[in-house]
Design a protein around this ligand. Structure first.
Ligand code: MGP
Length: 221
């Protein structure tokens, strides 16, 4: 890690990514720069879980689960009963190695029983899951093309319009995490009605999240 200058800045933030980093968290190169920092992932989870129907178990699909940063927080929020019930998370990633790391990372947070991991392409798996399970929410944190996204003045989210549409065929309750240089003005034109949220860490803007369906306009944390 120390040999790779590009990843060193993420390594230096490792306890912000996972506060239990030292207990055995494993990340591959892509996860270092794309995992959601824990406080932001916890916020996503609290907000989404608290918006789901009460009185029954919920199913949340984390369609690009990577090394598990968001899936772990969803499982913790469901276990805390933040939505009034329990439930399960399905985490999907195309990389078997990354899924194995995510499963181990879930064990570090004692939520390995709260997450079912699938290896595969979410563009293919989402429609299958939608037909076979009642999915309450889909969370999307897709690859943005690497850390170079910041070089553009404005991020073009058009390539993700079809992904959001695909997820909405599974459930109206969709959230997608996108780069901080996405302009709020472009969003309604591209994605239609949704809520645009800026995610700060230590006063610094890190990412933005768009919410759809019943996830709009709820809990602050
Ligand atoms: P960053 O801009 O690469 O890092 O990513 P940072 O710490 O803001 O660096 P700085 O030098 O610009 O200050 C910021 C956050 O965006 C990361 O912590 C990830 O949560 C998220 N992120 C970054 N990338 C490249 C991706 C990506 O490709 N996909 C997803 N889903 N999230 C990403």
């Amino acid at each position: 890690m120390a040999r790779d200058d590009a990843l060193l800045k993420y390594y230096n933030q490792r306890h912000r990514l996972f506060h239990r980093f030292a207990d055995g968290i494993v990340l591959d190169d892509e996860s270092w720069y794309s995992v959601t920092p824990e406080k932001i992932a916890r916020h996503h989870a609290e907000r989404i879980v608290s918006a789901l129907p009460r009185g029954r178990d919920s199913l949340i699909v984390d369609a690009f689960c990577g090394s598990g940063g968001n899936a772990i927080q969803f499982a913790l929020a469901l276990a805390r009963g933040s939505g009034g019930g329990g439930g399960v998370v399905i985490g999907v990633d195309w990389s078997a190695e990354r899924v194995a790391a995510a499963a181990g990372n879930a064990g570090v947070y004692d939520v390995e029983n709260g997450i079912e991991f699938l290896v595969g392409d979410s563009y293919r798996l989402l429609p299958v899951l939608g037909k076979s399970r009642v999915v309450d929410a889909v969370f999307l944190s897709p690859p943005w093309g690497g850390p170079e996204y910041v070089r553009e003045d404005e991020f073009d989210a058009e390539p993700f319009v079809a992904l959001v549409r695909l997820a909405k065929e599974v459930t109206e309750n969709v959230a997608i995490m996108l780069p901080r240089n996405l302009s709020e003005e472009s969003v309604s034109e591209l994605f239609g009605p949704c809520e645009f949220e800026r995610n700060y860490l230590g006063g610094v803007l890190k990412t933005v999240t768009l919410y759809f369906g019943c996830l709009v306009g709820l809990a602050e944390s």
